[in-house]
Design a protein around this ligand. Structure first.
Ligand SMILES: Cc1cc2nc3c(=O)[nH]c(=O)nc-3n(C[C@H](O)[C@H](O)[C@H](O)COP(=O)(O)OP(=O)(O)OC[C@H]3O[C@@H](n4cnc5c(N)ncnc54)[C@H](O)[C@@H]3O)c2cc1C
Ligand code: SF4
Length: 325
């Protein structure tokens, strides 16, 4: 690990200015960044500590949830209003990492977490377009069991690992940020980037831009929501496939549906065709199974990760059943 400076900014504006400098990195809980420093994947000149300039406040109002970027994953998952009003968010957070990590991990850091692609995390591997733009992608011809079947490109097929972001996508969250020109709002659907030819660009954030808080609007479907995650171990493992769903019923019919997938795509993935197939139908297993067939439409698989197509369909059915119950 190379030496680096440690900077505690006195204001958000100072943090933005510092973050814009080359090779400066923000740190919040440090559960990801310290890992990447140890692995020698991140080699910053300075760490800019966000803990003094951001809020960890979580508040519920009739129009929705506002949570500061420093809100710890465990506090957000445990918050009684989040459990009651946004169960998919609470369940997604609780399915991630371990209690110790969730106690430290922040909302902003979770949104910004980097892929777990083993080739990305191993600087001994020369080919990784995300770590070394233009170097190639070792996963394309390598071992790709954990990799994406949706949203990939010739340059990168790494999965986005965040459970929480999948729930936020199903719940139409808005990410609030600060950059040198002032604050702005980014719809969660536009926050994470597809790899395309530039997999090193992972979000819509500009250099130095900081996530300050997340807003999740109250809606007719947010209470009837659920998150289901399938993984190799029951705890402390990333998703092979996961689904966050939300339903609004009108009488015996589905009036609104939200379906988002994790573990199978290069960014949290909205399954719009599944949503359309649910509308106006009764919330039965037959409806869910028919709609879920569309979950992985357009999938591009490798021999190692073909199983994810069927797994994605099954987690969607299970999550829809849980939300409807
Ligand atoms: C062993 C292990 C298992 C895990 N399992 C799961 C899992 O199953 N599911 C899951 O979803 N996650 C999992 N995680 C990931 C975990 O959720 C993240 O490490 C954590 O959420 C990151 O938050 P942090 O505050 O520690 O971020 P940090 O490590 O401090 O920062 C992470 C990144 O975000 C940037 N950043 C942080 N805050 C901001 C901000 N406000 N604005 C702009 N940039 C910012 C940093 O510069 C850095 O690049 C696991 C992690 C570990 C170590
Ligand atoms: S899948 Fe993406 S992160 Fe993994 S080796 Fe290829 S370019 Fe790197």
């Amino acid at each position: 690990m190379r030496d680096f400076d440690y900077v505690v900014p006195k204001s958000l504006d100072e943090a933005v200015a510092r973050g814009k400098q080359a090779e400066h990195r923000f740190i919040a809980g440090g559960t990801l960044l310290v890992d990447l420093l140890r692995l020698d994947v991140e080699r910053p000149a300075a760490l800019v500590d966000l803990n003094a300039v951001l809020s960890e406040r979580i508040s519920w109002a009739p129009n929705g949830l506002t949570a500061g970027a420093l809100a710890r994953n465990s506090d957000l998952a445990d918050h009684p209003d989040v459990r009651r009003e946004l169960p998919a968010l609470s369940q997604a957070l609780e399915s991630g990492a371990s209690p110790q990590i969730r106690n430290l991990a922040s909302l902003g850091g979770n949104l910004m977490q980097r892929t777990r692609c083993a080739y990305f995390r191993d600087p001994g591997v020369a080919e990784c377009n995300k770590r070394r733009p233009g170097s190639g992608c070792a996963a394309l011809e390598g071992y790709s069991r954990m990799h994406a079947v949706l949203g990939g490109s010739r340059a990168c097929i790494a999965v986005h690992p965040s459970d929480m972001s999948v729930a936020l996508l199903a719940l139409d969250a808005i990410v609030r940020t600060r950059r040198s020109q002032g604050g702005r709002e980014i719809a969660i659907a536009d926050f994470h980037a597809l790899p395309g030819e530039t997999p090193q660009v992972e979000t819509a954030l500009e250099p130095g831009e900081i996530v300050t808080e997340v807003f999740v609007p109250a809606s007719g479907f947010s209470r009837r929501s659920a998150y289901v995650k399938v993984r190799d171990r029951a705890a402390f493992a990333f998703a092979l496939a996961s689904a966050a769903v939300a339903l609004e019923l009108s009488g015996e019919k589905i009036a609104t549906a939200r379906v988002a997938l994790g573990g199978v795509a290069t960014k949290p993935w909205r399954a719009l065709e599944v949503e359309a197939a649910l509308l106006g139908r009764p919330p039965t297993r037959e409806t869910f199974e028919a709609a879920a067939k569309l979950a992985a439409n357009g999938a591009r698989t490798t021999p190692h990760n073909q199983f994810k197509v069927e797994l994605a369909r099954r987690v969607v059915v299970r999550a829809l059943e849980r939300a409807a119950a």
